[in-house]
Design a protein around this ligand. Structure first.
Ligand code: GPU
Length: 812
């Protein structure tokens, strides 16, 4: 820092003293370098973003000063994914600038909405886990937690999905191509990250790691303003670069490729987001990504701590670290290593410090998603970490033996010596954490009974629940302005900053005039969605039909297949008797499949092929449409969710840890058809049994069937509508007579059906027909819809963050 007499900036420089419009024009000319007559939407978007960012900076610095002064406990949220979506509307809305921005642009003949849509959608995540992290950033800033997000600045986010002849195509996504107006590059903030090499003991007995590879992590900061901009936190994303400079000698010899080799290798670490969702993949590079951002974040937070603290044993008092799933679980040995090797502390004390700061959130019970790394890989890439993991395991084993006579610690340890040897990251995270949490009540219970059964027995106080939540700013106020205005004119605006107020709407469920307005808003949203469908896939849908939507990653356990099969059965029934008074429906799907997940991709193809047949059949015209929208992302969700009548949350019970889309739909007045899984259970408790459509096997019944041999082919034979559909698919009805195409799906359903599509099919069909009937009674339906919106206050991510802050971080 420099010594300067300049403490406060002159008032004239305060961005608040300049009308927003003027600031936009100034940025357009002097930052973007365009004059108004040549500017395209993207230029206006850049100028507006910079003008809004200026308004955030003072609050940002104030927040930083306040945190230092008050010595507030700092919370670090480490996540491989932050699915932030577009930031401009969020920033304008939270900073209270919407009216001013709208006014300025309309004065100049421009439409704010179109300018907002010119912003690329940063999709730095796969699905719910990444979106949860983004909602938490908004809520930490709103609630006033001194929180910071740490992640990776991927050059390419999740792939862009399109369809070629109904098959999923993956293309690289390029969100940074026109620059990023939100971030501040901090070239001076950089940390070395090491890999490989060997460890030797020096003369004093100290372990010395000599790595064979070293890269640098550079920081990029994005300010995140909470509701009303009072508190502004930071999302710090790391980008990799080589620690070595260009080999000029080689370059001058004309060996351009060889000269840049080190740069290319280093930069590959933050090139792409791994598109695996719930499955371990990508091996070595993925491991290096995890180590890279975890180590950089820990070095950074230790550096910040030491700026005004000397005693590292006080770290747990001032710092809480949340590990978003096991992806950053290498933090356990890495924090110990930094304390022991770089700060000369004792091992046992260092482990106690680590265990005082670190907490771990589990997001799945799926065995294939619990990360484990081959010992050989860890030994080769991270030899010093492996030593520390072994020591931690020994310490843990001694603790268990001392506390529980005769208890074998081996199955609980981080290292599994069998089958060539593995490091189990879930066990490592559990052993190294102060608190471990699940993400819904049911999921947390199942965690205790299954994956962490034995660890829970020996540390019964460690596991707790924090049911997920969503930010009402993005997921109601911004994405559904019509409904937001109706709510505000009815009960005032307090709900935006404190969603519990939304329950004041409950009495209005009985008010016919209010219900009619609620319905009118929904219809407008459905028209907007219909226009989007038309422009994306060229299918015309009737906005008065029942809009039935399933949007999420494609996964067997989420059972898009069951929804598709029911659609085909409905098609058969309608075709057989078109005059039977059917409720017209539009079935809408969207979601990406992991590129290596063959069956998931085949399910997409099946839905697209079925859509071709159904949408072109005049017999069901006006009765049924089937739509699969490409490239589902946060921006698409913001159009889809407000336009839904029915929200599909139909996972095999026991498999969806929580779900958060379920909350977004219900908050926006869609009714849920769902199983008793994840947070559906709690949604049912809040909206009331009469205002949700629950069906199907429960988690314990599913588990029993999965363990005892069940015979899906028998169930199919006993379910005529399902039998008919399965026969049609295998005989090539949806594939131009090709009987091979969907064999993978048919064989799987008939022979294994691990995710229990066949036993749940009939109950799903029945409840859908019940829904048809209830939708026809629009008055009753709208009443239920209002009660959904009104009773979702508890699912605000602000409530979730307060839960973490009180029970885990001790930070409020
Ligand atoms: N989830 Br593990 C992901 O989106 N990706 C993952 O790799 C893992 C979990 C989801 C859960 O499936 C979903 O139920 C949950 O709501 C979400 O994390 C946030 O907790």
């Amino acid at each position: 820092m420099t010594d300067t007499k300049l403490e406060k900036l002159p008032e004239s420089l305060d961005p608040k003293n300049v009308p927003l419009g003027e600031a936009v024009l100034r940025h357009l000319v002097y930052s973007v370098g365009k004059d108004a007559s040549h500017a395209v939407r993207r230029d206006w978007c850049a100028a507006l973003s910079l003008a809004v960012r200026d308004r955030m900076v003072d609050g940002w610095m104030d927040t930083t000063r306040r945190i230092y002064k008050e010595k507030a406990k700092r919370v670090y949220y480490l996540s491989m994914e932050f699915m932030i979506g577009r930031l401009l509307e969020d920033a304008i809305s939270n900073m209270g600038l919407t009216a001013e921005a709208k006014g300025f642009f309309s004065e100049h003949g421009l439409d704010l909405q179109e300018i907002l849509e010119a912003e690329p959608d940063p999709a730095l995540g796969n699905g719910g886990l990444g979106r949860l992290a983004a909602c938490f950033l908004d809520s930490m800033a709103t609630v006033g937690v001194a929180g910071m997000g740490y992640g990776i600045r991927y050059e390419h986010g999740i792939f862009r999905q399109s369809f070629q002849d109904g098959w999923q195509l993956e293309e690289p996504e390029d969100w940074l191509i026109f620059g990023n107006n939100w971030e501040f590059h901090r070239p001076e903030v950089s940390y070395p990250i090491s890999f490989g090499g060997s460890v030797q003991q020096d003369a004093q007995g100290k372990m010395v790691w000599t790595p064979s590879e070293r890269i640098l992590a550079g920081a990029f900061d994005t300010p995140i303003a909470g509701w009303q901009g009072k508190h502004v936190n930071t999302l710090r994303l790391w980008s990799a670069r080589s620690a070595e400079t260009l080999n000029l000698h080689q370059f001058n010899q004309g060996e351009f490729m060889a000269a840049s080799r080190q740069q290319v290798l280093a930069e590959s670490i933050t090139k792409v987001l791994y598109p695996g969702d719930h499955t371990a993949e990508g091996r070595e590079l993925r491991l290096k990504q995890e180590v890279f951002f975890t180590s950089a974040s820990l070095q950074d937070l230790l550096h910040r701590f030491l700026l005004d603290n000397k005693d590292l044993t006080a770290l747990p008092k001032h710092v809480a670290i949340q590990l978003n799933d096991t992806h950053p679980a290498i933090a356990v040995p890495e924090l110990v290593r930094l304390l022991v090797d770089e700060h000369d502390m004792e091992f046992v004390q260092s482990f106690e410090i680590a265990r005082g700061c670190l907490n771990y959130t589990n997001h799945t019970l799926l065995p294939e998603a619990l990360e484990k790394w081959p010992l050989e890989l860890i030994e080769r890439c991270l030899p010093r970490h492996l030593q520390i993991i072994r020591e931690i395991d020994n310490l843990f084993a001694a603790e268990i033996r001392a506390k529980f006579e005769g208890k074998d610690p081996a199955p609980m340890q981080a290292i599994d010596p069998h089958h060539g040897g593995w490091v189990r990251m879930g066990n490592l995270a559990f052993i190294g954490a102060k608190r471990v949490n699940g993400v819904s009540a049911l999921h947390t219970e199942l965690m205790k009974q299954t994956v962490f059964k034995d660890l829970h027995e020996v540390y019964p106080d460690r596991i707790l629940n924090q049911t997920n939540g969503i930010t009402p700013r993005r997921w109601l106020k911004e994405c559904n302005p019509g409904l937001a205005e109706l709510i505000t004119e009815t009960i005032g605006e307090d709900w935006v900053g404190d969603l519990s107020h939304i329950s004041e709407l409950v009495p209005y469920a009985e008010d016919k005039a209010f219900r009619d307005k609620f319905k009118a808003v929904k219809l407008e949203n459905k028209k907007r969605l219909a226009a989007y469908i038309q422009s994306e896939v060229g299918i015309k849908v009737d906005p008065t039909a029942l809009f039935d939507i399933q949007i999420k990653r494609i996964h067997e356990y989420k059972r898009q297949l069951m929804n598709a099969l029911e659609t085909m059965a409905l098609y058969n029934a309608m075709k057989a008797d078109p005059k039977a008074g059917w409720q017209p429906r539009v079935k809408i799907f969207a979601g990406k499949a992991a590129p290596s997940y063959t069956l998931a991709k085949l399910i997409i193809k099946l839905i697209n092929d079925a859509a071709k047949v159904i949408n072109n059949d005049p017999d069901v015209d006006g009765l049924l449409k089937l739509v699969f929208l490409p490239n589902y992302n946060v921006s698409a969700a913001e159009i889809l969710i407000p336009g839904a009548d029915l929200s599909e949350q139909i996972s095999t019970a026991g498999f969806e840890a929580s779900g958060t889309g379920n909350m977004k739909f219900a908050l926006n007045g869609a009714l849920t058809v769902g199983t008793l899984d994840g947070a559906n259970v709690e949604i049912k408790e809040h909206v009331g049994d009469d205002n949700i459509f629950i069906f199907g096997l429960e988690a314990d019944e599913v588990a029993a069937r999965q363990h005892g041999g069940c015979q899906p082919w028998v169930t199919v034979a006993e379910t005529p509508r399902l039998q008919e559909v399965v026969t049609q698919i295998s005989s090539g009805f949806y594939s131009n007579g090709d009987t091979e195409r969907f064999k993978g799906i048919v064989d799987n359903v008939l022979a294994h059906d691990y995710f229990q599509v066949t036993p749940d099919f009939q109950a799903y069909w029945d409840i859908q027909r019940k829904i048809d009937g209830e939708f026809k009674d629009q008055d009753t339906w709208q009443r239920m819809a209002v009660l959904n919106t009104a009773n979702m206050g508890w699912f605000s991510a602000d409530r979730t963050i307060r839960g973490y802050a009180n029970d885990i971080w001790k930070a409020l």
